[in-house]
Design a protein. Structure first.
Length: 361
């Protein structure tokens, strides 16, 4: 049995059901909670099997050797970062950590769009830029969707010298199915980009040199985890089913950090009974969602102690009215979970509540 949801206040009832084949990723299913950390490993010059467009497909990226490049990304509050004041509309900030390098990527996520706004770094050197125009993409992410994009940024590299980088191209959600990586197997959507990068050096405002490079890029996206794998072709590739990739990146770890981030800001919360054997009633009341609206969407996720998401559901809730979610100790595929401590998180972004519930068998 999945999570069954009802709103005590009389809000429309929703039931979570698995979507086989084509998934839809809405804005609440993009990782955005403060404290989430994920790691990606990158390997150069690898062989890949991309298959064709459409679906359902089965991609397996477990056989390629792991690379030497690991990137940790931690979701942090905008106000705690050195460039936060430059991006007042950003509500999704990643602290990106590599050996000898720390940067902050500023984004914005909303029900109808997402946007990459800019980047800043203080280590090893101070770098700051904003995308002009902004790299924006429609939400939700659905199979068959297309977009044309154009974004760019300018960096000063010396007195009267700067480099302007412009990216433009087309993107399509061209395939769907299941992807296997060393971290696990996920239902996913695949995006395909035909990307062109133009880098132009200016001296005293006059263009001196220009370099143009094209790539084919594939990204594999999953609900609640975001980017699972990224494949970059060699420059000037024209075959969409290329087998020799310049770069492969895969997720290798995902952690919520929830033990350190229990909060009741904007929510009342309880689980009854707790501990439970067969069923627990997850009760909550949203006291403030910071938007001024009378109704909002509550995103309820259940994690195991390792930070993995074992079940989730969304429902509409009325501000100030009690709502409830019944959970019978199963995962998203109706399989019974082992006894132990689980974490229930309700909310989106910086506004959430996290509580513990114990399952006994």
């Amino acid at each position: 049995m999945k999570l069954s949801v009802f709103a005590v206040s009389g809000v429309v009832i929703l039931f979570a059901a698995p979507l086989f084949g084509q998934i839809v990723i809405d804005w609440t299913e993009i990782p955005q909670d403060i404290g989430i950390m994920f790691t990606h490993n990158g390997a150069e010059s690898v062989t890949v099997n991309l298959g064709i467009a459409g679906g359902p497909q089965n991609w397996d990226f477990t056989g390629q050797p792991m690379g030497s490049q690991n990137t940790d990304a931690l979701i942090v509050p905008r106000t705690s970062t050195p460039f936060g004041d430059s991006f007042p509309n950003s509500n999704l900030v990643l602290q990106i950590i590599e050996p000898g390098y720390t940067a902050y990527a500023y984004g914005q996520i909303a029900p109808t769009f997402g946007a990459n706004l800019g980047l800043g770094s203080t280590v090893p050197v101070a770098v700051f830029f904003r995308f002009e125009p902004t790299d924006s993409y429609p939400m939700p992410v659905v199979y068959g969707a297309t977009r044309h994009y154009e974004y760019g940024y300018t960096l000063g590299i010396g007195p009267l010298m700067e480099i302007r980088t412009d990216n433009y191209g087309s993107e399509m959600i061209d395939a769907y199915g299941s992807i296997a990586v060393p971290y696990g197997t996920f239902e996913c959507l695949r995006t395909r980009q035909f990307d062109t990068t133009v880098s132009t050096m200016y001296v005293n405002g006059i263009p001196i040199t220009a370099d143009t490079t094209t790539h084919i890029i594939y990204d594999f996206l999953a609900e609640d985890y975001g980017l699972i794998a990224h494949v970059l072709s060699y420059p000037e590739e024209t075959d969409t089913n290329f087998t020799d990739a310049d770069f492969l990146e895969r997720i290798t770890n995902f952690s919520t950090g929830i033990e350190e981030l229990e909060s009741t800001a904007g929510y009342d919360f309880s689980c009854q009974p707790n501990p439970f054997t067969h069923m627990t009633d997850i009760r909550y009341r949203i006291t403030d969602d910071r938007s001024g609206n009378s109704q909002t969407s509550a995103n309820i996720k259940i994690y195991d102690v390792s930070g993995g998401i074992v079940n989730h559901v969304k429902q509409s809730s009325v501000i100030g009215h009690p709502s409830s979610v019944k959970w019978d100790g199963t995962d998203q595929n109706n399989r019974q979970l082992p006894a132990g401590v689980y974490f229930v998180r309700i909310g989106n972004g910086e506004n959430f509540v996290t509580g513990k519930v114990t399952l006994v068998r």
